[in-house]
Design a binder for this molecule. Structure first.
Ligand code: ADP
Length: 283
């Protein structure tokens, strides 16, 4: 039996009845967890992370959401990317989000049935710059978990801001994240970016489900040949080096940005993320 006076490294092995006064409290992830609200029953929380902006993290999040919704799952997207909250625009959602009562926010719903919450759905003017400090923004993102009426969800996909700032830390510490996908582009720093993301996930005790490469190639419209615009991809060997699955390689396709810009992303069926879907079904 566990010694009740010892400090713990994991809640599952600790014998203490409360975390209060435990020296491990500040270093662990368990003590910061916040409960779902009474209006939500979320089975799986999946993070989508990247090392820098513009690599296609939102595209991957929305592609996964579309595919899961098309397969009959109940899906939500928590847009935590306060640096560029693009999810509402991709689906033509404008807000402002409604409320059930003074503590409960209603998500907006896309034309293909995905529930969405984003900073851009609660700001009076989505183009206004958000000049809040990190901890305040992190608090708002946490409220998207505690105060949004998500209902029954099979998957809640969290579109994270790039990097390892306050918001990803808060999400990893506060939400029961089942795993993350790392999104990269085929450029020089990929190895370092994957290493950082893998290390952060390891420190937070969260499994990396796989790495997804965006902008992998362009298919020539005339001859159908695959052109590796950013040079030869090394993602296969990097994934192997870090022991994570290669969960998709997405081509450059102008249709993706056209649909995003027109608010019609619900119409996109991105078959390149099929390996990621298989991984999700396995969790
Ligand atoms: P991030 O979330 O990483 O900042 P986004 O998903 O918002 O990046 O993508 C940045 C821009 O690039 C968007 O306008 C998006 O439509 C476009 N884009 C992303 N991936 C592709 C792709 N594979 N083909 C064409 N356009 C893309």
């Amino acid at each position: 039996m566990a010694d009740k006076d010892q400090t713990c490294s994991s809640a599952s092995t600790c014998g203490r009845e409360s975390c209060e006064g435990c020296p491990s409290k500040s270093g662990g992830t368990q003590s910061f967890r916040v409960e779902q609200n009474a209006y939500s029953n979320i089975k799986h929380v999946i993070g989508v992370v990247s090392g820098k902006g513009g690599v296609g993290k939102s595209l991957v999040t929305a592609s996964l959401a579309n595919a899961l919704a098309a397969s009959g799952a109940n899906v939500g997207i928590l847009d935590a990317d306060v640096t560029g909250p693009s999810i509402p625009k991709m689906y033509g959602l404008t807000g402002p989000a409604g409320a059930l009562d003074e503590n409960s926010i209603l998500p907006e719903i896309t034309s293909n049935g995905i529930k969405v919450m984003s900073l851009n759905l609660i700001m009076p003017d989505p183009e206004q710059a958000v000049i809040w400090r990190g901890p305040i923004i992190a608090g708002v993102v946490k409220q998207f978990w505690t105060d949004v009426v998500w209902g029954e969800l099979d998957y809640l996909l969290v579109d994270m801001p790039p990097g390892t700032g306050d918001v990803p830390l808060t999400v990893f510490q506060s939400l029961p994240v089942d795993g993350v996908f790392i999104v990269t582009s085929p450029q020089d720093l990929v190895r370092m970016i994957v290493a950082k993301a893998v290390n952060m996930a390891k420190m937070m005790d969260i499994p990396v489900l796989g790495v997804i490469e965006n902008y992998s190639y362009l298919t020539c419209p005339d001859c159908g040949r695959k052109i590796e615009v950013f040079g030869k991809s090394r993602i296969g060997e990097i994934a192997k080096e870090f022991g994570v699955a290669l969960a998709g390689q997405i081509p450059i396709d102008p249709a993706y940005s056209e649909k995003s810009d027109a608010g019609l992303f619900a119409e996109v069926d991105n078959v390149s993320i099929a390996p990621a879907l298989d991984l999700l079904r396995g969790i």
